[in-house]
Every structure is written in structure tokens, then in C-alpha cells.
Design a binder for this molecule. Structure first.
Ligand SMILES: [Fe+2]
Length: 160
């Protein structure tokens, strides 16, 4: 009986460890995404400069606006929040951009990244529900929806 309880506790802990690790990956990915949108906000050039400069600003502002809540949600499940550029670079699923791209490349790349972020949030939501972290599920659903909106704006812009 005691052994069965111990096994059960270990299984729950393993499940939670996996979930908190996925949450950290999503957090680092989101941070990288926001930085990239800011990179494009700063470095975009061309005849559509102002429109794209503003679009990228709207996107990074929204994403940065959720960073603190995201970090605190990681703490709520008793895990520590990664908070260094080194940790972000080892955890992120979003590739860094070091070249200066054309406006079209910027829009297309950020669109692909926004779609990837939606997929990351979908996986995270299922894990959150499995761990019965319903408040966190709600937050994650909100993030998925926000990235869906960013993807829509970028998709519509890419057709111009
Ligand atoms: Fe600015």
C-alpha cells in the first residue's frame, strides 16, 4: 500500500517536471519571439516602413506585456523561472535572427514564428489540463489566442 502510494507520488512528480520544463521552453520561446519582433521594429526599412514599424511594435508590446504573468505562472507551480539570455538561448524553440532581412522576409519569418508559438501553446494547454492546472490553462489559452491574432495580422500583411 505504502509502496503503491510512493510510486503514484513519483509518477505525479515526473509528470509535473515534464510540464514545468515545457512551460520554461514556451516562456523562453515567447521571449525570443518578442525580441525578434522588436529587432524588426528597429531595423525595418523601405516604402512600408511606418506601417511595419508600427505593426512590429504592436506585436512585441503585446507579447512583452504577458511576460511577467508568464514568469509568475512558472513560480506558481513551484518551479524557478529562467531569466538569463544564456538560459533563453538554450531553451527556446524560436530561432534567433542576426541578419538584416527585407521587409517581406521579416513579415514571413515572424508569421512562421507566430504559428509555431500557437502550436507550442496548444501542446502546453493539453499538458496543463492533464495536470489539472486549470487557471494556468486559461492563461495558456489566452496566449494561443494572442498568437493567432498576431499570425492573422502578419498573414494579411504578407499578401500586400
Ligand atoms: Fe520604438
Amino acid at each position: 500500500m505504502v509502496l503503491a502510494q510512493l510510486k503514484e507520488q513519483k509518477a505525479v512528480k515526473r509528470k509535473m517536471d515534464k510540464f514545468s520544463n515545457q512551460l520554461k521552453i514556451a516562456f523562453a520561446s515567447q521571449y525570443t519571439f518578442a525580441l525578434k519582433a522588436q529587432n524588426f521594429h528597429w531595423n525595418v526599412e523601405g516604402s512600408d516602413f511606418y506601417q511595419l514599424h508600427k505593426l512590429f511594435e504592436d506585436i512585441y508590446s503585446e507579447v512583452y506585456g504577458s511576460i511577467d504573468d508568464f514568469a509568475e505562472n512558472i513560480r506558481k507551480i513551484k518551479s524557478y523561472t529562467p531569466a538569463s539570455l544564456y538560459r533563453f538561448s538554450t531553451l527556446t524553440n524560436i530561432d534567433d535572427e542576426v541578419e538584416i532581412l527585407t521587409p517581406q522576409q521579416m513579415v514571413e519569418q515572424l508569421l512562421a514564428d507566430a504559428e509555431k508559438m500557437q502550436e507550442i501553446m496548444k501542446v502546453l494547454f493539453v499538458e496543463s489540463e492533464a495536470n489539472r492546472e486549470y487557471g494556468l490553462s486559461d492563461f495558456i489559452a489566452g496566449r494561443q489566442d494572442a498568437f493567432a491574432k498576431h499570425a492573422w495580422f502578419l498573414r494579411a500583411t504578407s499578401k500586400a
